[in-house]
Design a protein around this ligand. Structure first.
Ligand SMILES: [Zn+2]
Length: 79
């Protein structure tokens, strides 16, 4: 059964999310990842299976579906 690691809520729903992963200094955006999202605080968790599939996908020579430019903001640079 689901229990949120952040707030302890047992209510959740499934959402498809995009997440950026940094591997060897390179950013990879993965879209449409099925995530379990806490109804209470919005914490996203991926199943072990999903995490493993992402890992395999990003470490294989699989070609990305497309490339996008990415604007990067650093919290350290903020005024
Ligand atoms: Zn929560």
């Amino acid at each position: 059964m689901f229990q949120c690691q952040v707030c302890g809520s047992d209510r959740c729903h499934t959402e498809y999310v995009s997440e950026v992963f940094k591997i060897n200094g390179k950013f990879h955006l993965v879209e449409s990842i099925p995530a379990t999202v806490c109804d209470c605080c919005g914490e996203e968790t991926f199943s072990r299976e999903t995490t493993e599939r992402i890992r395999v996908m990003l470490h294989s020579q699989q070609q990305p579906v497309r490339s996008v430019s990415l604007d990067v903001f650093s919290f350290n640079e903020a005024v």
